[in-house]
Design a protein around this ligand. Structure first.
Ligand SMILES: [Ca+2]
Ligand SMILES: [Ca+2]
Length: 330
């Protein structure tokens, strides 16, 4: 599936953290009834994000748990859970928090952001993007913010060739103002490119890159092309070579709340704050309504199905119970 990162604030109070599996297996076989399996149960104070490989054979997540006594400081580390019902491994032993975990389609490469200095190349403690294999070995510091700025969210393309990330750094000489921008870099460290020229309002709520690292999609409240003077959250797309920036949606009172980008790059799906679910082919700005009272769409690689949460909170609505649905896309 295409790499996708949703920005979420960590939970501040003690929370029972439970990771469920179901999406990956479901997307592989949309016609088969969903089986949801609870794979963790810990009392923790931080609920990080999680990522699953294409086969649903391994899940990675970030958390401050200390199941083996190897994280006594309660820092947020990367953990790996073999599925279904396999072992739990602490992948990182960083001296600062890790966050924004993403994984390649084959489960063999992970990317994450941390202000730690595990390799001696980040003495200033800025937030940097790191790569490692699925066991935490062969770690590489992919970015370098030597003169201020920090990496924000980051996401690894499914094919493991590129990483899309946000940063306030002036990494290529094109961001002296230090605004938050999107960048892309090859996982071999080459090809660093600043993709956006935002002037301050951008937060890049969700960012995604397709499996081959060719196309990029993101949601943002910035006015990046002159088509969003009201500052609502819109869906944008562009090529990973920096060309073709396009505002896909044009909302005035119904922000884009969540989105998905098919791994093969042919389709986008998004849900608005008002709960409308749409799909829109890559290259088009004409969207098709797929459902309402919907949120958190997830397209499969071939864009033949959308998995999403459905259900409202309006009293009297017969669908007020939340459920998970799959809808075919043609
Ligand atoms: Ca640094
Ligand atoms: Ca708008």
């Amino acid at each position: 599936m295409a790499g996708l990162r949703r920005f979420r604030a960590p939970l501040s109070t003690a929370t029972r953290f439970v990771l469920f599996l179901g999406v990956a297996a479901l997307l592989a076989s949309p016609a088969i009834a969903q089986r949801v399996r609870q794979i963790t149960r810990f009392d923790v104070t931080h609920l990080g994000n999680h990522a699953v490989d294409d086969l649903g054979s391994v899940a990675f997540f970030t958390s401050d748990i200390d199941p083996y006594g190897t994280n006594p400081q309660g820092l947020i580390q990367v953990f790996k859970k073999t599925l279904p019902g396999g072992s739990l491994v602490q992948v990182t032993a960083l001296e600062d928090d890790a966050y924004d975990i993403s994984v390649s389609d084959d489960g063999g490469t992970i990317a994450f952001v941390s202000a730690a200095d595990p390799l001696g190349a980040n003495p200033d403690g800025s937030a940097e993007v790191f790569l490692a294999d699925g066991d935490g070995g062969s770690m590489v510091q992919l970015t370098n913010h030597p003169a201020g700025g920090n990496a924000g969210n980051a996401v690894l393309a499914g094919g493991a060739g590129k990483v899309l990330f946000s940063s306030t750094g002036d990494l290529t000489g094109s961001n002296p103002s230090g605004h938050l921008q999107l960048f892309v870099i090859g996982t071999d460290g080459t090809g660093l490119l600043q993709l956006t020229s935002a002037t301050g309002a951008s937060v890049f709520d969700e960012i995604a890159i397709n499996d081959l690292g060719i196309g990029v999609a993101f949601t943002d409240s910035g006015d990046l092309t002159g088509g969003n003077p009201d500052g609502s959250t819109e869906l944008y797309r562009m090529m990973a070579d920096g060309t073709g920036l396009t505002q896909v949606t044009s909302t005035t009172d119904d922000d884009v709340r969540s989105m998905s980008y098919a791994g093969k790059g042919t389709m986008l799906a998004y849900a608005t704050n008002g709960g409308e679910l749409y799909s829109v082919p890559w290259g088009s700005t004409t969207a098709t309504v797929r459902d309402d009272l919907a949120a958190y769409p997830s397209l499969n690689d071939n864009a033949t199905a959308i998995y999403y949460v459905c259900g409202g909170h309006q009293p009297g609505d017969p669908r007020r119970r939340q459920q998970h649905r799959v809808r075919g896309v043609r």
